[in-house]
Write a protein that binds this ligand. Structure first.
Ligand code: AMP
Length: 346
């Protein structure tokens, strides 16, 4: 194996994240579909950067993937594939507790205790439930209680901060309400977490349709740069990006969203201000070539590391098993407190 870094699994004691005088953060990612440039810039890169400042927990929310129609083999394969890609993208298991949700049974145990604390009306009011259930025939009960499982995910680890995008704000609010209610009813048990919003929220738009967010569920891959796309595919997608009529390269997100998206991506990749970077380019073709080069520069190390990791799937499984061991240890303590407080024999 041509490894630049040895594939050693962290040992429990050595690997425990450095105790931080600051805060503890948690991020959950659903193992659905393939990761793309939007995920990298909007979620993965900030998490990878945060792991060096803050005690960080990252889990793959495979139980959440069961709330809608799913293929069992796909969920399993996506979970391992996504874990491999996240490690390739810089998630460091020596720094971050990284595991798969279903491998820590305390998530579902606490979920039940919180279902006895949250109300049906509260779950039913969630916008995401309303939107998703409106488009489905056989709505699963788990889709309704999804935000309560999310509350359990968060409260399990006594975290202080949860990075959330706008779409998860309501769920985090429910988590806080349920935690406060439990604490008031049964005595102080949970840390009540706060939402943190990224300072500059990178929002990468679809290259083929710059009015849509780049996303896993796009009808076509033409405007979605996947993290593991080969260099020629990345280049082709960028060079074919939809731009606007006009010749000059200016940064104007309202009037020229396609061009602005390319400049935003360039700015995120190489650093700098998109409006200032615009002045360096005389033509769209020149700008696109620079964006293709910059994106490839971002993805090359991820691709190389992924190739190494994919040669040894046992390594990724061992990392996840070790992460789950650590997570179970801290989660068991929280569940014990909750069981005792709510009236169960311990
Ligand atoms: P999703 O792929 O929608 O499950 O989102 C996983 C994470 O990636 C969330 O934190 C999203 O906010 C982030 N994300 C997804 N798509 C984009 C995008 N196009 N631009 C920026 N961040 C994104």
């Amino acid at each position: 194996m041509t490894t630049s870094a040895p594939l050693t699994v962290p040992t429990a004691a050595a690997a425990r994240p450095q105790p931080s005088p600051g805060v503890r953060r948690i991020t959950g990612l659903q193992p659905t579909g393939r990761l793309h440039l939007g995920n990298l810039l909007g979620a993965i890169r900030p998490t990878v950067a945060a792991q060096y400042r803050t005690e960080t927990i990252v889990f793959l929310a495979d139980l959440h993937a069961l709330t809608v129609a799913h293929q069992p083999n796909e969920v399993r394969a996506n979970t391992l594939a996504q874990a491999t890609t996240l490690l390739a993208a810089g998630l460091d298991p020596d720094r971050t507790t990284f595991y798969v949700q279903s491998q820590v049974p305390q998530h579902t145990e606490l979920h039940y205790l919180l279902e006895c604390t949250a109300g049906y009306g509260e779950a039913h009011r969630m916008i995401q439930f309303r939107e998703k259930s409106a488009t489905q025939q056989n709505v699963r009960l788990s889709l309704l209680s999804y935000p309560v499982l999310m509350a359990a995910d968060i409260l399990l680890h006594d975290v202080h901060e949860v990075p959330v995008g706008a779409d998860q704000g309501q769920h985090l609010e429910l988590t806080r309400t349920v935690a406060q209610r439990f604490n008031t009813r049964y005595g102080d048990t949970f840390v009540v977490p706060r939402a943190v919003h990224p300072a500059v929220s990178a929002r990468v738009m679809d290259l083929a349709d710059p009015t849509r967010k780049m996303g896993k569920s796009a009808e076509s891959d033409a405007g979605v740069v996947l993290l593991l796309d080969p260099p020629e595919v990345v280049r082709r997608k960028v060079m074919r990006a939809v731009t606007d009529p006009g010749r000059t390269v200016d940064y104007d997100p309202q009037a020229r969203p396609g061009l602005a998206n390319l400049l935003d991506i360039l700015a995120a990749a190489v650093g700098g201000d998109p409006a200032v970077l615009a002045a360096d380019y005389r033509s769209y073709a020149q700008l696109k070539a620079a964006v293709a080069e910059a994106v490839d520069g971002l993805l090359r190390p991820v691709r190389l590391r992924h190739t190494e990791l994919a040669r040894d799937p046992g390594y990724v499984r061992r990392v996840l098993a070790e992460g789950a061991d650590r997570a179970r240890e801290s989660a068991a303590d929280t569940v014990y407190r909750a069981r005792r407080a709510i009236g169960l024999l311990t």
